[in-house]
Design a protein around this ligand. Structure first.
Ligand SMILES: *Cc1c(COP(=O)(O)O)cnc(C)c1O
Length: 374
């Protein structure tokens, strides 16, 4: 019942800001470099189809997701360009991939072999492992990579190669990242004669801080994820001017009451009122994706001021201290993530408070929270 939840807790997605973020990022790339919009995990919680359609209207032609269902959802939703699945898809899905003109990452020789056994030639790109040790042919042995790629090329419509940088977002990662890029280039050069159209290695952080403007293939591209949504790969990062969060998460006050000194609040009685306090209840909880680690830690913006969470985050509700915000009343709108007046509490801020990353915070906002687009 989204209708009811529109007045309980909802997320507002600013599509114009998404486009602005894409443009601001693109403007600092080198001439000819394109953006592959990474819209996995339902567009990092922003809604994959709406996000991708908005970017498609803005000229983006390349998209990436994590699995076959996400890819099919995009195609059914009207996405026309390339759709690359960055992770595992079972070979049993070969005919779906082919029918939907979806490009599949090949994770290993074993993965490629299972597709060969299906006898259906799908569009594919080989993943190369250059040090993350997650997926891909072992980039430490470029000759073995080259022979695997040549061996499997006839069984697929091979359109590219890619690797993933695992520490491009921090200054201490610089040396390791340069090593990853060198390894990847060695592999790319050893199969140059195949003239693969897409050979790519940059994510958000790579494009910002490890982008020497190399031309490794016909289409030079950055796989842009987190900054498209206006968030930072790492809390310490400074993003290019013009990039700002596209998502605001709101809720209302469902009840207000006064709690006497010494009374406790919520499950486990983890908060004791040090004096008479005015407490507001907000109907959002960990089932909405409001992380339980925010118990006694997070803040909610109320009338442009910060109200701390008191007690534990429940499944469907939280309690906040509004003693210093006397204007707070029943059914007032509050901001869980976003800006209200002079105050901002971003997904990145929330993430820092609980020792995670903004990516997880926005991905976690559950289906129960309707997304409104404007
Ligand atoms: C998620 C992902 C990206 C996007 O990374 P961001 O840091 O969000 O820009 C790029 N490439 C691969 C392989 C990914 O899995």
């Amino acid at each position: 019942m989204d209708k009811g939840n529109l007045f309980r807790s909802w997320a507002e997605i600013d599509l114009k800001q998404l486009r602005k973020n894409c443009l601001a990022y693109k403007n600092m790339l080198q001439a000819g470099q394109q953006i592959m919009a990474v819209v996995k995990a339902d567009g990092y919680g922003h809604g994959a189809v709406r996000t991708a359609l908005t970017l498609q209207k803005g000229g983006v032609e390349l998209f990436a997701v994590s699995n076959v269902n996400e890819a099919v959802e995009l195609r059914d939703g009207g996405i026309e360009g390339e759709i690359l699945i960055l992770g595992y898809t079972p070979a049993q899905c070969a005919s779906v991939l082919k029918n939907y003109d979806i490009t599949q990452a090949l994770l290993s020789s074993a993965h490629a072999e299972s597709f060969v056994a299906q006898g259906i030639s799908v569009k594919a790109q080989f993943a190369i492992d250059t040090g993350m040790n997650r997926i891909g042919l072992d980039g430490d042995d470029p000759n073995a990579c080259a022979s695997a790629i040549r061996h499997y090329a006839p069984f697929f419509r091979l359109t590219g190669l890619f690797t993933h940088l695992c520490s491009a977002d921090t200054p201490d990662g610089k040396q390791f990242t340069n090593g990853q890029i060198k390894k990847f280039i060695r592999v790319a050069e050893s199969v140059k004669d195949l003239a693969l159209p897409y050979v790519h290695y940059m994510n958000t952080a790579g494009g910002l801080w490890h982008n020497p403007g190399l031309k490794l293939s016909a289409v030079s591209l950055v796989r842009l994820g987190i900054s498209l949504y206006g968030l930072k790969p790492d809390y310490e990062n400074v993003l290019p001017a013009g990039i700002a969060p596209a998502l605001t998460w709101k809720a209302v006050i469902s009840m207000i009451k006064t709690v006497k000194e010494g009374e406790t609040i919520g499950y486990g009685r983890t908060y004791t009122a040090p004096s008479t306090r005015v407490i507001a209840t907000v109907p959002v909880g960990y089932a909405d994706g409001y992380n339980r680690a925010l118990s006694n830690k997070g803040v909610v913006l109320v009338h442009g001021k910060r109200a701390p969470i008191v007690g534990r985050v429940c499944m469907d509700q939280i309690m906040i201290d509004v003693t210093d915000i006397p204007e707070a009343k029943f059914e007032d709108e509050v901001t869980l993530i976003g800006t209200d007046g002079e105050e901002t509490y971003s997904a990145d801020d929330m993430a820092r408070d609980i020792g995670t990353i903004g990516y997880e915070v926005v991905c976690d906002i559950s289906k129960r929270v309707p997304r409104i687009y404007h």
